[in-house]
Design a protein around this ligand. Structure first.
Ligand code: KIV
Ligand code: ZN
Length: 391
């Protein structure tokens, strides 16, 4: 892995599947895992094996079929969790155990009724135990976003000493601002002894809509793995959206950070996850929403028809969308009508367009959107129809 490469850790099948009512069965998970592997994600978090027999079965089945990606299973800092995860991962070509514990004062006091030294000890023991099963062990410091940096650095040092290969710094509650999250990663890079032996990972939740921004600040400040889900699905307001961070890095080459993702597969994967989980993707969702490449105002349509780059920073084909859409509404101008009419077979002169445009506006005021069938009706009902078809 070069120093410019950001590893993409997909957790659609674990954190993503924590969306209420969106449970997937093993067959659906296998299909998604196969596609994620083809997409080029580096790590697939396949589930939390100890949580249920179904999850165990899914992690085991995914371990058997994934060809390229590392397959990862989540655990708490509990010996039985780790043992069960190792068992579920035994068929994986490259297995990873993801173990960890809450490190913020709130988690230490209210979840564990414990103290900082005891938690640090549990972290060390969990990683050491996981290392008896697999080489690749990722440690998460849950609620790292609200954990004091000095203590967090001590926990990270203990995890590295025990053999952790990756240190996950989750903003579990989505509380951090981008500059704070970036500063946290920088602090760890500069203050954790042995940090050169481990990769720092961003795992950001979207409670304030900042998951993507925080992950990007994380990698700008030295993290080299992003944990994310397709469509940003996940617990509460969700996780960092895979398609967003991948396209941000691709569209900003001066950051000098890249991923192994085949971006032309992004739209297909988004549809697959949305259909399998029965979760509708909001139309204005960045990159994969139905309106992400649709233009409806006359000014924008005129620009896009002249040159797509006037209002698009991404070529839709780069993310698997066939083409930009020029949507005809009462706000559309002549350029958009001429463009859409040409697509259905009418090459209009300026005069013809002027007449038809008046009929079009009449029609568009009564309908939300004018489709190809409507264009035929508008043209056929125009005074100039004969002239148009004999041209
Ligand atoms: O958000 C979080 O802290 C997590 C950990 C379990 C990795 O999902
Ligand atoms: Zn999470």
């Amino acid at each position: 892995m070069s120093n410019t490469n950001v590893q993409i850790f997909d957790t659609t099948l674990r954190d993503g599947e924590q969306v209420p009512g969106c449970k997937l069965n093993t067959e659906q998970k296998i299909i998604i895992a196969e596609q994620l592997d083809l997409l080029g994600v580096d790590i697939i978090e396949a589930g939390f094996p100890v949580s249920s027999p179904g999850d165990f079965k899914s992690v085991e089945a995914i371990s058997k079929i994934v060809k390229n990606a590392t397959v990862c299973g989540l655990t708490r800092s509990v010996e039985n969790d780790i043992k069960v995860a190792a068992e579920a991962l035994k068929y994986a070509k490259t297995p990873r155990i993801h173990t960890g514990i809450g490190t913020s004062d709130s988690h230490i006091k209210f979840k564990f009724n414990s103290n900082r030294d005891a938690i640090l000890d549990r972290a060390f023991k969990a990683v050491s135990y996981a290392k008896t099963f697999v080489e690749d062990v990722e440690f998460y410091a849950e609620d790292a976003g609200r954990t004091d940096n000095d203590y967090l650095a001590r926990v990270c040092e203990a995890a590295i000493k025990a053999g952790a290969t990756v240190l996950n710094i989750p903003d579990t509650t989505g509380y951090c601002l981008p500059h704070e999250y970036g500063a946290k990663i920088k602090y760890l890079k500069e203050n954790v002894k042995g940090i050169e032996r481990a990769i720092l990972s961003c795992h950001c939740h979207n409670d304030l809509g900042l998951a993507t921004a925080n992950s990007i600040e994380g990698v700008i400040n030295g993290a080299r793995q992003i944990e994310c889900t397709i469509n940003g699905i996940g617990e509460r307001a969700g996780n960092t959206a895979l398609e967003e961070v991948v396209m941000i890095l691709k569209q900003h080459p001066y950051l000098n950070l890249d991923t192994n993702i085949k971006t032309e597969m992004l739209y297909g994967l988004s549809q697959l996850v949305s259909d399998s989980m029965g979760i509708y993707t909001q139309p204005n969702k960045a990159i994969v929403g139905a309106n992400a490449f649709a233009h409806s105002s006359g000014i924008h349509q005129d620009g896009v028809i002249k040159n797509r780059e006037t209002y698009e920073i991404i070529d839709p084909k780069d993310v698997g969308v066939t083409e930009s859409a020029i949507v005809l509404t009462a706000r559309s101008g002549r350029a958009a009508l001429a463009y859409r009419a040409k697509n259905v077979g009418y090459e209009l002169t300026k005069l013809q367009l002027d007449e038809i445009y008046v009929n079009f506006l009449d029609y568009a005021d009564k309908k939300k959107e004018v489709n190809d069938d409507d264009i035929h009706i508008i043209v056929e009902n125009s005074r100039l129809y004969k002239e148009i078809i004999s041209a």
